[in-house]
Design a protein around this ligand. Structure first.
Ligand code: C8R
Length: 249
């Protein structure tokens, strides 16, 4: 009896969570028009199902990116590093800027964890390797691949929101610093506008040494500027009806 109960519990609980992952993926996807969400899910799964969860390289997501490509959005693209919540609140109120989280792929996978296992056709949502465990984990590889494709579409004036409440607002090891920035190409990208937002306390300003690293990594011919701003000022920028899209920085 104990065995039967255990087997039953395992059968009910183990597939349940991954089913919820699929449910979340599909229901989020359906908020977008023009995508075959069942197909997107199946292409997504092919990236990691049946694989060692430490051996999922970024290229595993090439077919997924090809199925839901990013469209370039000139002068409207917004990047960020260590400011996710701030930027999410901002873009919810202000339709003008476009972040990766507002594209179908960024939106459906935001906040989720997934992986596969060798010899299994299932998706798991727990016991998956994290960033510290191995580089080629399914979640990390997805964000690195998607960020690269998103940054490839950058053109015109590009904005990036960095955190002025930390010692090193620009990190060369972040996705923004190691992947996105390097893909901005002149003359397609005209300028990079850094918005340095301080939360409760200001720890760094635009003179921070890390911005020297940034300027060194930035492609030749791309103009650079940096604006310091408090969180409340930044939030005001999202609700200025006079300039629904005009620059606040
Ligand atoms: N980007 C990267 N990572 C993302 C992401 C996204 O859009 N969305 C989520 N949820 N994540 P960080 P960073 C997750 O250190 O490394 C793009 C991933 O798990 O604050 O510089 C986006 O276009 C990832 O590990 O930022 C943005 O411009 C952390 O959140 C940069 O890359 C990233 O947290 C941000 O990447």
């Amino acid at each position: 009896l104990l065995l039967c109960v255990t087997v039953a519990v395992v059968m009910v609980t183990v597939p349940h969570k991954p089913e919820r992952l699929k449910g979340t993926f599909i229901s989020r996807c359906e908020l977008f028009q023009g995508y075959d969400c069942e197909n997107l899910w199946s292409v997504f799964q092919q990236a990691y199902v049946g694989k060692d969860p430490c051996k999922v390289p970024t290229e595993a997501y090439d077919p997924l990116i090809a199925t839901a490509p990013f469209r370039p959005a000139c002068n409207r693209m917004m990047f960020w590093s260590k400011t996710k919540d701030l930027v999410q609140d901002f873009t919810e109120k202000r339709d003008c800027f476009l972040t990766l989280e507002e594209t179908v792929l960024g939106f459906v996978l935001d906040g989720l964890t997934w992986c596969g296992k060798e010899g299994s056709s299932e998706t798991f949502t727990s016991g998956c390797p994290g960033w510290g465990d191995c580089e080629n984990n399914p979640v990390g590889s997805f964000w690195r691949r998607a960020s690269a494709a998103f940054a490839d579409g950058a053109c015109g004036d590009v904005s990036a929101v960095l955190n002025g409440s930390i010692e090193t607002p620009f990190s060369t090891t972040s996705i923004f610093g190691s992947i996105e920035l390097k893909r901005f190409k002149s003359p397609r990208v005209r300028s990079l506008k850094i918005v340095l937002v301080s939360q409760e306390n200001t720890v760094s300003n635009c003179m921070n040494p890390s911005f020297k690293d940034l300027q060194r990594e930035l492609g030749a011919g791309i103009k650079y500027n940096c604006t310091e701003m408090t969180e409340s000022k930044f939030n005001e920028c999202s609700s200025d009806p006079e300039k629904p899209c005009g620059p606040c920085w």
